[in-house]
Write a protein that binds this ligand. Structure first.
Ligand code: HPA
Length: 276
């Protein structure tokens, strides 16, 4: 039997509640190379994951591993400066815990960001992509195990996992920021090995536009606990698996994530004030 996730959440909440001040409105997760977005948070309170009982801590490169709670573009936010991933050895339930905790802090929207490889050759490294929908190819689900009906339903609907209204707001925000924002389907894998070229061509053939090692489990958790999701991928490398496919390097990924991250920051500056 899996450990009681509701008890874990309660223990985490008791530890953070006295530190965070007023309820938050929006939860944000910052992906690889996007951590600098946290620097814009005003009056920040920092809560390192390691100070929360039974909490997963980030070990991935450039993932700071803390909540930053404060005000961003006029909204009360809880921001994850660094997330946790399956490839670090964390379970799907570990990955769910920080999302549920931000829900408990008051957030009713989740803004997810990540670094992703472009399966679609039309997506160029350095551009942002709006997540229209996802494919969960991690092989796991954060809702496996006993369901606490107080958290969410046993069989949550995922037909509109990436909220159509928030996506429309994101497109309008990109327009206002003067940024091109193509939409696409994000395929989430467990990693840490990158996909083979055959896997990439297959993912493209079944309709995915970008691939990465995060986000899908957070989105399933967020929808389960009643949050609306919107997501932006930083396209960091060409991953079409064609004859010209180059080997991927973490340096290239982080450099392009920084380029796309500046554009994502500009879009978020327009989007956050308009979120319901
Ligand atoms: N594959 C998986 N994850 C990634 C990639 C990729 O090509 N680029 C950035 N994260």
């Amino acid at each position: 039997m899996l450990p009681d996730q509701s008890a874990r959440l309660s223990a985490a909440w008791e530890a953070v509640a006295p530190r965070i001040g007023d309820p938050v409105e929006v939860a944000l997760v910052l992906g690889s190379g996007l951590g600098q977005l946290a620097e814009a948070v005003e009056d920040p309170v920092f809560v390192p994951y390691g100070e929360i009982p039974d909490f997963p801590v980030s070990t991935a490169p450039m993932h700071e591993g803390r909540f930053v709670i404060g005000r961003l573009h006029g909204r009360r936010v809880a921001l994850m400066q660094g997330r946790v991933h399956l490839y670090e050895g964390w379970s799907a339930q570990d990955i769910a815990l920080p999302v549920r905790l931000m829900r408990r802090m008051g957030a009713d929207a989740l803004v997810a960001t990540n670094a992703a490889g472009a399966l679609d050759p039309a997506l160029k490294p350095g551009v942002p992509m709006l997540i229209e929908d996802h494919l969960n190819f991690t092989g796991v689900n954060p809702l496996t195990g006993p369901n606490d009906d107080a958290l969410g339903p046993r069989f949550p609907d995922m037909s509109r996992a990436w909220d159509p209204d928030l996506r429309a707001l994101a497109l309008a925000a990109a327009d206002a920021a003067g940024e091109d924002l193509p939409s696409g389907i994000y395929c989430g894998i467990a990693g840490p090995s990158l996909e083979t070229s055959a896997e990439r061509r297959w993912m493209r053939s079944i309709g995915a536009h970008a691939v990465g090692m995060s986000t899908v489990l957070e989105a399933v958790t967020a929808v389960h606990c009643g949050m609306r999701c919107v997501g932006l991928s930083a396209i960091t490398n060409a991953a079409d698996g064609g004859p010209e496919q180059q080997p991927d390097t973490i340096e290239e990924v982080l450099e392009n994530a920084a380029h796309a991250g500046r554009r994502i920051a500009a879009i978020l500056a327009e989007l956050l004030p308009k979120l319901p």
